[in-house]
Design a protein around this ligand. Structure first.
Ligand code: ADP
Ligand code: MG
Length: 701
């Protein structure tokens, strides 16, 4: 079958609606989606019926309001289409307009960060008409999923989608003001587009099941490096292993059926690491689709006897996984505001947009960094290939040169043009070089006609980063429009504003090696914030600057921000304690008993050899025995200390204090336990070692 025959077959798309809905209802849907407003209950009833009939034809038995609570994963509660049987025992299937538009799940078990006491359990889900409904084929049945927001009884957002949608509206309003200044009277809306490249690891399920750390925490908490890692650079873009290949093929089909344009697939840098990327789409749809992609990856991997690890750092010592959040903004008439054209120096609109984005990123670097904070990303940011925790912008030679001219002269007279590359082989084509090279170490890089935000963690929901990005840029646009709407000499004033923005915020532009230690020092000299951990970044959320920003653009209320900060601390503390307890469990039940067995084997050998032959040398066994016993002792002391730390953490009442204690004390105590055990892994007999090693996990798939 051709891809085009089944692509999107599980999506209640515009095309399906056009075909199945009366024209006036279809028009009403389109108008609400485009311009906002309320859909009438009569239209909702018609849509609900058509949606249900379509889903039932596709095998659906249930529907769900599908939403993004603050757990970072998606939530769904299935309700069947069944109604009370009639006298003959027959049922009719039903989905009403009211059921489509609104739901009322018991919200008390979702994180709320103190927004709502448990005994006030009411929460509402409400249909997000801008993201299409779809059916999901699962082992428990085929389910009609209706994307919704999730809010509390008092109207506060309890999810990741509501603020995202608010931020998109804020950005659109301010961006429209900007393009009106340049004479665009046609566009009604400006929409951010996002393409999220998703990195992941694949391991064998049987091996995975033998490691409690992978099961409970998604990452290895112990493990010595394998003799081979990623140093040969032979994995990146390498030939995809057969078993992983069948998984990828299957995954693609599943994603395509749900209308997700999975398009790029390849091996990533670390052994057993891979990537899948879709074609970019509207920001909130991209967010939903990325959540769905992660979920589908896990499900499909299981079918192949594999497990997909989405953790940011499943293995120490090799690259971790992230998500490159490619972001651009376009009008509804199709103009990408981040397209510089061939001579950006005289593209006034582009320069103004660019200078506003640079201003926004510099001013709110702390918020952007915070938006990528999740527990797993603490292991990754700053390590190996990953971007450092310092926000900086890479523009490339062409734009950086334009910026420098403007900073110096007020305007830019020229743009560097891309040259042609000659390979020296007459039969090969001449290559038109891009005007700028790439920089893989930059956390926020301009790549042609979009920015690529590379700090986001692989398991994280991309809604948060995009919410921050949209809002901070909306603010900068708003400030520019406030000035320029009053201008009598538009070109001169626009040029002045661009130069002012760039002069003030030039410090955030950096094109060198972001992974070098010198950059950390240089960034400090420039006054750029460096928030190396999740706990250190959480306070950014509730600064006066952040509260003013988010309240002004209607994205978060102060209460919502405080609740999110609370949830972040709580999550950090809980996950760290789970990790610590997993280590304690593994040390006690797996490692220490195995090592004790090994020492007995060595002792046995010493005695037996001596008995058999008094002159035989037992130096090797004795040396190993002494060394093993010493490490064993070290491990045991570290274990006792870690247990005491975990106990102490439970006595702390303040959640922020607990999170900080986890970071300052428990995390180092975990490392102290890991060290002697990893060293022992290198000497203890393979047949005694209780869990699969890094080599087993990464190379035997
Ligand atoms: P790479 O970063 O590996 O060079 P690409 O540049 O091809 O890869 O694109 C990576 C992702 O960026 C893809 O999901 C792609 O669809 C998306 N993308 C491309 N152009 C844009 C754009 N204008 N806005 C947002 N995302 C985009
Ligand atoms: Mg990329």
């Amino acid at each position: 079958m051709k891809i085009s025959d089944y692509f999107g077959e599980n999506v209640f798309s515009k095309a399906v609606m056009r075909e199945r809905l009366p024209k006036e209802v279809f028009d009403e849907i389109c108008s609400v989606e485009r311009d906002g407003g309320q859909i009438s209950m009569s239209a909702a009833d018609v849509v609900a019926k058509a949606m249900m009939e379509w889903a039932v034809e596709r095998g659906a038995t249930h529907y769900t309001h599908w939403f993004l609570p603050l757990t970072g994963v998606t939530a769904e509660k299935h309700d069947s289409f069944l109604t009370v049987p009639n006298e003959d025992g027959k049922v009719i299937l039903k989905l009403t307009g009211k059921q489509l538009i609104m739901g009322e799940p018991d919200a008390s078990s979702f994180p709320t960060g103190g927004l709502r006491a448990t005994h006030y359990a009411r929460g509402y889900t409400a249909w997000d008409i801008t993201s299409p409904a779809f059916v999901k084929e699962m082992s428990c049945g085929t389910i009609l999923c209706i994307p919704t927001v999730f809010i509390s009884y008092t109207g506060e957002a309890l999810d990741n989608k509501t603020p995202l949608l608010r931020s998109m509206e804020a950005l659109s309003q301010q961006a429209i003001r900007m393009i009106r200044l340049f004479g665009d009277t046609k566009a009604k809306k400006v929409v951010p587009s996002v393409g999220a490249e998703q990195e992941y690891f694949i391991v064998d399920r049987e091996k995975y099941l033998r490691r409690r750390d992978l099961i409970y925490t998604g990452r290895t908490l112990f493990g010595a490096p394998a003799p081979k890692g990623q140093e040969l650079e032979d994995q990146y873009f390498g030939v995809i292993r057969e078993r992983v290949g069948t998984f990828m093929a299957d995954l693609n089909v599943e994603l395509w059926k749900m209308g997700i344009t999975a398009t790029t697939q390849h091996n990533e840098v670390a052994p057993a690491q891979h990537e899948s990327a879709p074609i970019y789409t509207t920001c909130n749809i991209a967010v939903d689709q990325n959540q769905l992609t992660m979920e589908t990856m896990k499900r499909v991997a299981g079918r192949h006897g594999l497990v997909c690890l989405l953790h940011e750092k499943p293995f120490a010592g090799v690259n971790g996984s992230g998500k490159h959040n490619n972001w651009s903004i376009s009008t509804d008439t199709g103009e990408n505001l981040l397209d510089p054209g061939t001579t950006p120096n005289d593209n006034l609109q582009f320069l103004l947009v660019l200078s506003c984005i640079i201003k926004a990123v510099d001013r709110h670097a702390d918020l952007l960094r915070m938006s990528t904070a999740c527990v797993g990303n603490d292991q990754r940011l700053g390590a190996d290939e990953a971007p450092p925790a310092i926000i900086s912008i890479f523009l490339g030679t062409q734009l950086e040169d334009v910026v420098d001219q403007i900073v110096r002269d007020g305007t830019a007279a020229t743009s560097i043009v891309g040259e042609q590359l000659d390979t020296g082989v007459s039969t090969l084509p001449l290559i038109n070089k891009d005007a700028a090279d790439r920089n893989r170490t930059s956390p926020f890089a301009f790549t042609g006609n979009k920015f690529e935000f590379r700090m986001v963690g692989s398991s994280d929901c991309i809604a948060n980063s995009n919410t921050v990005l949209n809002t901070i840029v909306a603010e900068a646009f708003c400030e520019a429009a406030d000035i320029l709407e009053k201008s009598n000499d538009f070109t001169a004033d626009a040029n002045r504003l661009i130069a002012d923005n760039l002069r003030e915020h030039r410090r955030v532009i950096f094109s060198g090696n972001g992974y070098s230690p010198e950059w950390v020092e240089e960034a400090e000299r420039r006054g750029l914030p460096n928030l190396p951990s999740m706990v250190s970044s959480i306070p950014s959320l509730t600064t006066e600057k952040a509260i003013d920003l988010f309240e002004r653009f209607g994205v978060y209320t102060k209460a919502e921000l405080e609740s999110r900060s609370e949830i972040m601390y709580e999550t950090y503390a809980k996950v760290t304690c789970i990790e610590a307890k997993t280590m304690i469990h593994m040390a006690k039940k797996h490692y220490i008993p195995a090592i004790v067995r090994y020492t007995a084997r060595l002792a046995d050998s010493v005695c037996k050899v001596r008995n058999a032959c008094a002159e035989a040398c037992t130096a090797v066994q004795e040396k190993l025995l002494k060394q093993t016993s010493a490490y064993l002792n070290e491990a045991n002391e570290a274990l006792t200390h870690l247990e005491a730390c975990v106990d102490y953490s439970n006595s702390l009442d303040c959640i922020a204090e607990m999170a900080n204690y986890c970071y300052d004390t428990i995390a180092p105590a975990m490392r102290a336990l890991r060290e002697p055990i990893d060293r022992l892994e290198l000497t203890v007999d393979k047949d005694i070692w209780p869990v699969p090693t890094y080599g087993d996990l990464m190379f035997e798939v």
